[in-house]
Design a protein around this ligand. Sequence first.
Ligand code: SF4
Length: 261
Amino acid sequence: MAKIIRSQRASTSSVRSAPKKKAAKAAKPLPKRAAKKPATKAAKKVAKPKPWTAEQVYEAFDRFRKANPEPKGELEHLNPYTLLVAVVLSAQATDAGVNKATRALFAIADTPEKMLELGEDRVRDYIKTIGLYRNKARNVIALSEKLIAEFGSEVPRTRAEIESLPGAGRKTANVVLNMAFGEHTMAVDTHVFRVGNRTGLAPGKTPLEVELGLEKVIPTEFMLHAHHWLILHGRYTCLARNPRCDVCLINDLCRWPEKTV
Ligand code: SF4
């Protein structure tokens, strides 16, 4: 027994003494030449991907067009008004989640007048499965009132007018102008933002930067459908976590250093 105690003490003391030696070693300053320098700005610049040429951009959208000549948005709607409401409801929600709620809602309220008649409480009940539904129900009623009071119950056709409606921002205006009125706008949602940055087509820190960058590089003949091609590409191929680079139509053109092909 006594022997065991001695050996435990000996072992404990050797464990205790070890960090002292290490600490002494760690305290010794490194020779200057061994210290690593942080990456310089110049080195980072070298790694910056080359911008796309006009031919490459054309090639990418030509491939999107051949694969899907008439891409469609996935938000269900019956007319410009229900499209506007669906887009307002889709903020921070999935299209599938919005569609689930709006099918029943639009069946009984597909005009601003019918929506007002339904009233905020019942609108809230219809959309309670969607995030931020209380605020959104309030906005749907308020925008319906404004459409009746100021726009003859019609969805206006200018960006400024659409953006003046409660709950509608720049992205809403871009989607409505594009889908309802065929304007060449580029709505930047989370998917388009990711694809614009990853591919190097239109890098930007904000959705507006990416939007303006894409409008600048995409040839006019593709602009009507470009928004949907990029959304669908981000939603089904260039996924946030595990992009499917192996089946990606533009994997040879993409500039993302982390692409898997
Ligand atoms: S190659 Fe990969 S990262 Fe690049 S666009 Fe295609 S899926 Fe996205």
